[in-house]
Design a protein around this ligand. Structure first.
Ligand SMILES: [Ca+2]
Length: 514
C-alpha cells in the first residue's frame, strides 16, 4: 500500500519557485499528497485522518491542549499502529522539510501525545512524531489484563513510532529522512534510553532528560514513600518539607564560590536533617524529634531486607515530593497483583522489586552497553536536574559511570555520549537554577548550538562538533534574568571571580572530582 501510495504522491510533486502561482500549486500538491496518506490502511498501520492544518495565530491540537501558533501549514497525520498504539505525525510542507525526523517522548504514565515538542519540531522543519504508547490516560485500568499493553509502554510503541513514521515520511516526501532524532524527558527520557539500548538504528541522535534508568527501583521508592506518608497523616506539612529543602540548599549553596541559591554539585555537601530539631522552648521553624526521625528515612537510601541499598536516597536541598503518583500504585496493583483496587498492605520492597522485573522486564533502562548505538554512529545528550525530587540525580551519575566502565572509559564515551547536570533544576524544568536550554518542552531563548540542546545535537551528528558546554537561561517574566553554562560531566561551572554572576561569560567549565 505504502509503495503504491508513493507513486501517487510523487506524481503530485511540482517544481517549486518563488512565484505566487507556483506556491499555490505547491500547496495544492501538498494537500493532495496529504489527503492520499489518509487512505493508508494496511497490516499494522491505519491512518484515521490526514489533513492540512493552515497557518493561524491560535490553534489547539485537541480539546484542552495549550494553543499554539501555526506559522506555516503542515500535514497532520493521525492514526493507529497495530490495534491500539495511537500516534500523530506532523509533516511540514515539502518545500519546508529539513529532511529530518524528530521522535518525541511522553512522561509519567504516558497515554497522551507530546504536543510541546511536536509543534516545536514542525516549526523547525522536522517531520515530527509522537505516540501515546498504546493506551489513553482516561483508561485508569490500562495496566490490568493485557501484557502486550505493558510491553508497548515499556518499549514497543516508541520503536514502532520510529519505524512507521519513516515509512510515512518516505511516502509523503519521496525520500527517507537524512537523520532521525529523539527528544524526551522523564518517561520520555527513559524511552530515549530504551531506543538507544534496544533499537540502536532508529535514531542518529537522542536527547534524554531525567531518564530514570533504574525505573523499577524508583517505582518501589515512590510506593514506599506514599505508604509511609499515609501511615503518618498530618505529621509533616508541605511547609515542614520545604524547611528541610531550604536548609539543605542554604548549607550547600556557597561551596561553589557563588551565593546564588543553587549548589553546583550537592554531592559535596554534608547536611543533617537533625540540625533542624527544635531546641528547648523553640516551636516554630524547627522539627520535632518524631519529624526528624521520619524525614531522615526519606533522605536515606532505601534498603532491602538484607541491608543492601536499592538507591542512594535524596540529595540535600531536594524537596520531598508531596504529590500522589498514580503510576506506582497502578503498577503494583494492576500489573503485579492483577487487581483494580489495592490497599498497599502487602507491599514488600524486596518482593515487589523482583516482581516488576519479572512482569515488566523492559521497564529497566540501565543497560550500559551502548556499543550498537555507537557503531550506528549515534550521538546522545543526557541531562538531569540536581534538585529533581522524582528521578534521583545520583542515579544518572551512576549510570554515566557504568556506561564509561563498559564503553572504554571517559574519553571514549565522550566521543558519542555526554551528560549535562543542571544545578538547581527540579524534574525536567523549574527550580532556582537556569532551566531553559532547549531540552524537551521547548526551544532555548536563543536556539543555536551554544544554547539549545537540539541545535547542539544536530551540530554533533551532522558536523561532528561535540558540545562541551551549553549556556542555560533563567527566564523570569519573559526576560532572561541569568545565564550560566551547563558543563559536560564531570566538569562544572566555575566563577572567574569578577563580573556579574548572572552572566555565563564570567564562568568557565572546570573538571571536578567525579
Ligand atoms: Ca551556589
Amino acid at each position: 500500500m505504502l509503495r503504491s501510495l508513493l507513486l501517487t504522491v510523487a506524481a503530485a510533486t511540482v517544481t517549486l519557485s518563488a512565484a505566487p502561482e507556483a506556491r499555490a500549486q505547491a500547496q495544492g500538491a501538498d494537500a493532495q499528497a496529504c489527503g492520499a496518506l489518509a487512505k493508508v490502511s494496511e497490516a499494522g498501520l491505519r491512518v484515521t485522518a490526514a489533513e492540512i492544518v493552515p497557518a493561524q495565530a491560535r490553534w489547539s491540537p485537541e480539546p484542552g491542549a495549550a494553543p499554539i501558533t501555526v506559522k506555516a501549514p503542515f500535514c497532520r497525520v493521525q492514526g493507529v499502529i497495530e490495534t491500539e498504539i495511537g500516534f500523530e505525525l506532523w509533516l511540514p510542507a515539502r518545500a519546508a522539510w529539513n529532511g529530518k525526523f524528530l521522535g518525541t517522548g511522553v512522561g509519567g504514565d504516558a497515554g497522551a501525545f507530546n504536543f510541546r515538542d511536536v509543534p516545536r519540531g514542525v516549526a523547525r522543519g522536522y517531520a515530527s512524531g509522537t505516540t501515546d504508547s498504546g493506551h489513553k490516560q482516561a483508561d485508569r485500568l490500562w495496566m490490568l489484563g493485557d501484557p502486550m499493553r505493558l510491553k508497548n509502554y515499556e518499549l514497543r510503541a516508541h520503536h514502532l513510532l520510529a519505524v512507521r513514521s519513516k515509512d510515512l515520511i518516505l511516502a509523503y516526501y519521496g525520500s527517507s529522512p537524512r537523520h532521525a532524532y529523539f527528544i524526551g524527558c522523564s518517561g520520555g527520557g527513559r524511552q530515549g534510553l530504551k531506543e538507544m539500548q534496544r533499537f540502536p538504528a532508529d535514531y542518529d541522535g537522542v536527547i534524554a532528560g531525567a531518564g530514570g534508568p533504574k525505573t523499577p527501583e524508583m517505582t518501589v521508592r515512590r510506593m514506599w514513600e506514599l505508604l509511609l506518608r499515609d501511615a503518618h497523616p498530618g505529621l509533616m506539612s508541605p511547609a515542614d518539607w520545604k524547611l528541610i529543602a531550604d536548609a539543605g540548599v542554604k548549607t550547600c549553596d556557597g561551596l561553589d564560590g557563588v551565593a546564588d541559591g543553587v549548589a553546583e554539585d550537592p554531592r559535596r555537601c554534608r547536611f543533617e536533617v537533625r540540625s533542624l530539631g527544635c531546641k528547648p522552648g523553640e516551636t516554630a521553624g524547627c522539627l520535632s524529634e518524631e519529624q526528624v526521625a521520619f524525614a531522615r528515612q526519606f533522605y536515606a537510601p532505601l534498603q532491602d531486607r538484607s541491608g543492601r541499598a536499592l538507591d542512594r536516597g535524596l540529595l540535600p536541598g531536594v524537596l520531598v515530593d508531596s504529590g500522589r503518583s498514580r503510576l506506582a500504585p497502578a503498577t503494583f496493583a494492576q500489573a503485579i497483583r492483577h487487581v483494580a483496587e489495592w490497599d498497599g498492605k502487602d507491599f514488600d520492597a524486596d518482593r515487589d522489586l523482583a516482581a516488576i522485573d519479572r512482569v515488566m522486564p523492559e521497564l529497566r533502562a540501565d543497560d550500559p552497553d551502548l556499543s550498537a548505538f555507537r557503531a550506528h554512529g549515534g550521538k546522545a545528550i543526557f541531562y538531569q536536574g540536581w534538585m529533581d525530587p522524582a528521578v534521583s540525580a545520583n542515579m544518572i551519575v551512576d549510570y554515566q559511570k557504568a556506561i564509561e566502565a563498559r564503553m572504554g572509559g571517559e574519553q571514549a564515551t565522550a566521543e558519542f555520549e555526554r551528560l549535562f547536570m543542571v544545578p538547581g533544576m527540579l524534574h525536567c524544568q523549574g527550580g532556582a537554577g537556569p532551566d531553559q536550554f532547549g531540552g524537551s518542552g521547548g526551544d532555548a531563548p536563543i536556539p543555536d548550538a551554544q544554547h539549545d540542546l537540539l541545535s547542539a545535537l544536530e551540530d554533533w551528528v551532522e558536523r561532528g562538533r561535540a558540545p562541551d558546554r551549553i549556556v542555560a537561561s533563567k527566564v523570569v517574566d519573559g526576560h532572561v534574568a541569568r545565564t550560566r553554562p551547563l558543563c559536560a560531566w564531570p566538569s562544572e561551572a566555575r566563577y572567574a571571580g569578577n563580573g556579574s554572576t548572572d552572566d555565563a561569560a564570567n564562568f568557565a567549565c572546570e573538571r571536578r572530582p567525579r
